[in-house]
Design a protein around this ligand. Structure first.
Ligand SMILES: [Zn+2]
Length: 318
C-alpha cells in the first residue's frame, strides 16, 4: 500500500492525515492555526503535526511517505510554489515551501490551492467520479470552488486559479471580503445569508426563529434552524432562503453557460441540505440558462467527502 501525507491549512485549523491509495484517511490530527508567528510559526505547527503522523504510520504499519501535499486558502504560483495571497492568513507572496523543507527532508512537498484539492478529491473518490468535466462549489464562510476540465484541474493561464466566488453578481453591490463590490461570494456566503435573514427578521418580528431564544443577540439562530424554518413556511426564513437560492442559481447558471460542466457538487456548511433544497436550486438554475428548457441542466448534487476532501486532495495531488 502506498501512503501520502495530506495537510489542509485553513484560517482557523490545520488538519492532517495519512491518505492511502484508495483515498482513506489514517491518523488524522488537527491543531489551531496560529497566524501570529507568520509563515515560520505556521510551518513549525505543520511540521510538528506532520512529523507525529509520519511517526505513527511508521510505528504502527511500518509505512513510509515520499510525498506530502499542503492545501492552502489562496492561489499558488506553479513554478515558485509561493502562496500568492491568502487573506485568511494575512499572507502575500509567502514561501511556505522553503519553510517546510527542514521538517520534511525525506519527502517531496507540493503546495496547492485548497479548493482545487477538494475538487480533485471529489473527482478521484467522491461525487465527481467519472465526470472529466465537472465543478465543485464550496458554500461556507466564502464561496470557493474548483473546475476539472478534460480530467485535469483547471488552473487558468495566469496562476490565479479558479475563483468562482469573485465573479460579479451585482454591479457595485455588497462589499466582498476581497475588497471589491458585488461579488457572488457577498451574496451566497454564510455571512450574506445571515445579513439578509437579519434584515427579514426586522420585518417579521413574530418569526419562529426569534421565539424561545433568550439570548445572544449576535447568534440567535443556526443556519440549520434557518433552513428548517424556511421549509416550515416561516416568512422571514423563507424570504432569506428564497433569495439565497435565487442568487446562487444565477451564479451557477452563469458558470454553466460558460463552462458547461457535466455535474456540479456542492460542499461546505450550507450544502448539507435535503433533496427539497437541491430540487429548488435545480429548478432555479434551469430558469436562468441561456437556452431555457432546451439546455440540459447538469446534475447538481451534494459533495461526498465532507471536510476531509481537502486533506485527501492535498495528499493525492501531484
Ligand atoms: Zn470578491
Amino acid at each position: 500500500m502506498q501512503y501520502s501525507l495530506g495537510i489542509d491549512l485553513g484560517g482557523s485549523h490545520i488538519a492532517a492525515a495519512i491518505v492511502d491509495e484508495e483515498g482513506r484517511l489514517l491518523y488524522k490530527k488537527t491543531c489551531q492555526t496560529d497566524v501570529s508567528g507568520g509563515v515560520k510559526g505556521v510551518a513549525k505547527d505543520i511540521g510538528h503535526l506532520g512529523q507525529s503522523i509520519l511517526k505513527e504510520l511508521e510505528h504502527k504499519k511500518g509505512g513510509r511517505v515520499q510525498h506530502l501535499g499542503v492545501g492552502v486558502p489562496g492561489p499558488v504560483h506553479p513554478q515558485t510554489h509561493y502562496v500568492i495571497s491568502a487573506p485568511n492568513l494575512g499572507w502575500e507572496d509567502v514561501d511556505l515551501f522553503s519553510e517546510l523543507l527542514p521538517y520534511f527532508p525525506d519527502q517531496e512537498i507540493l503546495i496547492v490551492n485548497d479548493a482545487s484539492c477538494a475538487t480533485w478529491a471529489e473527482y478521484k473518490f467522491g461525487a465527481l467520479q467519472d465526470y472529466p468535466n465537472s465543478m465543485m462549489l464550496t458554500l461556507g464562510t466564502g464561496l470557493g470552488g474548483g473546475f476539472i476540465y478534460r480530467g485535469e484541474t483547471f488552473d487558468g493561464g495566469n496562476n490565479y486559479g479558479f475563483e468562482p466566488g469573485h465573479t460579479i453578481l451585482v454591479a457595485d453591490g455588497e462589499l466582498c471580503p476581497c475588497g471589491r463590490h458585488g461579488c457572488l461570494e457577498a451574496y451566497v456566503s454564510i455571512k450574506a445569508l445571515r445579513r439578509e435573514a437579519d434584515k427579514a427578521l426586522k420585518r417579521y418580528p413574530d418569526s419562529m426563529l426569534l421565539k424561545d431564544k433568550s439570548l445572544d443577540p449576535t447568534m440567535p439562530y443556526t443556519i440549520r434552524e434557518l433552513f428548517a424554518a424556511a421549509f416550515a413556511g416561516d416568512s422571514a426564513a423563507k424570504y432569506s432562503v428564497d433569495l439565497y437560492v435565487h442568487n446562487l442559481a444565477i451564479g451557477i447558471a452563469s458558470f454553466i453557460v460558460i463552462l458547461q460542466p457535466e455535474i456540479i457538487a456542492l460542499g461546505g456548511g450550507i450544502s448539507h441540505q435535503d433533496e427539497s433544497f437541491y430540487n429548488r436550486l435545480r429548478e432555479a438554475v434551469a430558469d436562468h440558462l441561456l437556452a431555457g428548457a432546451r439546455q440540459p441542466v447538469p446534475r447538481i448534487i451534494p459533495a461526498k467527502l465532507g471536510n476531509d476532501a481537502g486533506i485527501v486532495g492535498a495528499a493525492i495531488s501531484r
